[in-house]
Structure formats: structure tokens, C-alpha cells
Design a protein around this ligand. Structure first.
Ligand code: ATP
Ligand code: MG
Length: 395
């Protein structure tokens, strides 16, 4: 057993000693069997939430109505979820009802893919009721049960399928893929935030090419914000290098470039995708830098200063896809050589100028500071107080 499971074993044992069943389930079991690093260890149990709270001293009500209680075990938090079935799904997303049950089989049956429906017992025995081990071995993503029904219940599962294809380098089983193609329109019922997270995971996966091929072929892309006419852009993307992307900003910069968005269009586009403000800022700042790389124009000191090193490096990573990147070390040393990296490093501030030039506060002051900032960044004036005041006097 990997360390993460060994550390969590006392939780399973405590539940078992109280007379209930408990297993490790979900992504951690799958990833452990694949020899991948596991993140959160999820535990499923036949005990009801109230029973879990009686068994453990320190618990947090995380999602009691869904059956999840967080159990603290030596400063590590474990999510313990009661076996449950789901029903309803009137809106093609979350179930209307969850019912707590005592049967592991019922709980595994509601899970999306066979590779995600394995349970691991305290003694290391794998419980495999849906031939998930064979699919894991053959690198196959197969819906548990009838794929049409399963995607009808929860349309996000279709995005999860293409995401796992990219993350794990697996192939979607034929009937499962046919069902996605047939039902792709149901994805429009799913909240954009949830589609966003799956799409980013797809783009950051090691087998992005394969995930994207399915994303395009199944037409899932058509149900995503502003992608309705993006078919040709995605097909062109498939011809670019398959090098893994290193950050979420790189993902969206590549997409923005493929869609030929300019720095104004990129903001509403990312807002439609419900991206975070700092991501929107990073991408809209990197895009003009990328366009300079693509046009083989040198970056000025001001470009480096304004964009910051991280955004310049992101732009350079994407420039690589178009054969227009430069050595990272060159960019790093150019950035390091900037006279200042931010306005606070300027050797004069507003107060200094007011005093030296006997000015009154007002817009003039801001203009002077902005002018000095540009001149210092461009190395036209040394960043020294006397020199800056002398220069300001002449402006
Ligand atoms: P990750 O590595 O991204 O965490 P994961 O498989 O653990 O992958 P989670 O979203 O953490 O994904 O879900 C944990 C488990 O819950 C899954 O392995 C699967 O068994 C089940 N599950 C999650 N989402 C769904 C869904 N939409 N439909 C059915 N089962 C799901
Ligand atoms: Mg998980």
C-alpha cells in the first residue's frame, strides 16, 4: 500500500471495529494502481453520517446532505462518504435525491467510469465489480453500465471522459465514445465553471492530443463558451507540437492565439469561461508579447517591465508552438538587467517631486512620474534622485 493509504488505515480500522464497512475508493485507488502520485484519499463507508460522527472525536460536517463527513486523523483530513445511490437527474446534472445505502455495490454502480469504480480494502484487496482492473490494464475509459443513461444522468461525465483520456493517456471505449457523440448537446446544461475545470485538466494532460481529438470528434467543443465556430481552430491546433503545457495561463494563451483573438477580445472570451481575474490579467498581458514573438519583433525594456517575467516566459512557451520562441535564459537575463522592476523602485516619489519642483498635487504629478518611469525603464535616465529631479525640471 502507498504511504497515503497506510497513514489513513486507522480510519478504516476504526470504522470496521465499530461494525461497518469502509474502503478507499475513487481517484486515489486508480492512481495508486497506475503508480501515479495520489492526491486526496477518499473513503466510502456503510456507516451513516451520524454514525461516523459518533465513532470519531474530531469531525467536520462537510456535506452531510450528500453523506460526506470530514474525519481528522493526526492533522490530516479525510473525507468519509456514506455509500449512496443517486436518482432524479431531471436537469442532466446533479441528482435530485441521494439515498444512503448499506451496499458497496450500489455505491460503485453510480460512479462514472469502471476505472473510478474500484474499492480498496484495508488488507490491500481490490474489489472490482465492473471489470475496472481489466480496463485499467488496457487503458480504457468505459462508462459503468449503459453509457447513454449515464451521460443523460450527468452530462459532465462526458467532459470527464475526454479529460481522463488526456490525463491518463487512455482511450475511450467505443460505445462510450458513440454515446458522447450522440449526447454532446446535453453538455449545455452544465455550469460553465465545471466545464472549465475539466477543459483545463484536459489541456494540461500529458496526452492532450488524444483528449483534444475526442473533444473535437464528439463535438463536445460546440457546447463550450465561444467555441461554436472553433472547429477549424482546433483542427489546426492538432497539427501543432504535442509538448505539454505548463500552466493554466499557457493553456488559454494558446487557445486565444488559435482563435486569433486580440487583447481586447480575449477578456470577454475568458469571462464567458468564468476565468479568475488574475488569469484574465495574465493572458491579456501575455498576448501582445506573444504577438511580438510571432512577428519576430524584439521586446523592449518596457515590454518586459509591463508584462513581468512570468508572462513573458508564458508567451515564449506558446511562441514555441509556432516555431518563434527564443532561449529562456536570454529572456531571464534581459529581465534581470532592467533598471527597475516596479514603480516603487523609482528613486523619486510624488512627495519628492512636489517638494523639489514646488508643484501642487494634481494630474501633472502623475504624468511626470509616468514619464520618469518610462525613461528609467528604457535606461535613458539613471535611477538616481538628483538625475530624476533634474530631468523633471526640464519636462
Ligand atoms: P481527480 O484525480 O481529478 O481527483 P477523481 O476520479 O478522483 O479524479 P473526483 O472528482 O475527485 O475525481 O471524484 C472522485 C470519485 O467520485 C471518482 O473517481 C468517481 O468514482 C466519482 N465521481 C466523481 N464525479 C462523478 C460524476 N460526475 N459521476 C459519477 N461519479 C463521479
Ligand atoms: Mg479526486
Amino acid at each position: 500500500l502507498p504511504d497515503e493509504f497506510v497513514q489513513a488505515l486507522p480510519v478504516l480500522q476504526t470504522i470496521t471495529q465499530a461494525g461497518f464497512e469502509a474502503y478507499f475508493v475513487g481517484g486515489s485507488v486508480r492512481d495508486a494502481l497506475l503508480g501515479k502520485k495520489i492526491h486526496d484519499v477518499d473513503i466510502a463507508t456503510s456507516a451513516y453520517p451520524a454514525e461516523i460522527k459518533q465513532i470519531f472525536r474530531r469531525t467536520i460536517d462537510t456535506g452531510i446532505q450528500h453523506g460526506t463527513v470530514t474525519v481528522m486523523q493526526q492533522e490530516t483530513a479525510y473525507e468519509v462518504t456514506t455509500f449512496r445511490t443517486e436518482s432524479g437527474y431531471q436537469d442532466f446534472r446533479r441528482p435530485d435525491h441521494v439515498t444512503f445505502v448499506r451496499s458497496l455495490r450500489e455505491d460503485l454502480k453510480r460512479r462514472d467510469f469502471t476505472i473510478n469504480a474500484l474499492a480498496l480494502q484495508h488488507d490491500g484487496t481490490i474489489i472490482d465489480l465492473f471489470a475496472g482492473l481489466t480496463d485499467l490494464e488496457n487503458k480504457v475509459i468505459r462508462a459503468v453500465g449503459d453509457p447513454n443513461e449515464r451521460f443523460h444522468e450527468d452530462a459532465l461525465r462526458m467532459m470527464r471522459a475526454v479529460r481522463f483520456e488526456s490525463q491518463l493517456g487512455f482511450t475511450i471505449e467505443a460505445n462510450t465514445e458513440v454515446a458522447i457523440r450522440a449526447q454532446h448537446q446535453l453538455l449545455s446544461k452544465i455550469a460553465v465553471e465545471r466545464i472549465h475545470d475539466e477543459f483545463v485538466k484536459l489541456m494540461l494532460g500529458q496526452a492532450r492530443y488524444n483528449g483534444l481529438v475526442s473533444f473535437v470528434q464528439t463535438e463536445l467543443y460546440q457546447q463550450c463558451p465561444d467555441f461554436t465556430n472553433a472547429g477549424p481552430a482546433f483542427k489546426a491546433l492538432l497539427k501543432l507540437p504535442t509538448t505539454p503545457l505548463r500552466s493554466e495561463a499557457a493553456v488559454w494563451l494558446l487557445i486565444a492565439q488559435q482563435l486569433q483573438l486580440d487583447s481586447e477580445q480575449v477578456k470577454p472570451f475568458l469571462r464567458h469561461w468564468k476565468s479568475a481575474n488574475d488569469l484574465i490579467h495574465a493572458v491579456s498581458t501575455s498576448l501582445p508579447v506573444l504577438q511580438k514573438f510571432l512577428a519576430q519583433q524584439p521586446l523592449s525594456n518596457w515590454d518586459f517591465y509591463q508584462a513581468g517575467l512570468t508572462n513573458v516566459l508564458t508567451a515564449n512557451q506558446i511562441a514555441y508552438f509556432y516555431g518563434a520562441d527564443v532561449a529562456e535564459t536570454t529572456l531571464q537575463s534581459k529581465y534581470q538587467q532592467l533598471p527597475i522592476k516596479q514603480r516603487s523602485e523609482l528613486a523619486v516619489n510624488g512627495g519628492d517631486l512636489l517638494q523639489a519642483l514646488a508643484l501642487k498635487p494634481g494630474p501633472k504629478l502623475g504624468q511626470l512620474l509616468a514619464h520618469l518611469e518610462r525613461a528609467v525603464v528604457a535606461a535613458q535616465i539613471p535611477n538616481q534622485k538628483a538625475a530624476l529631479i533634474a530631468a523633471a525640471t526640464k519636462l
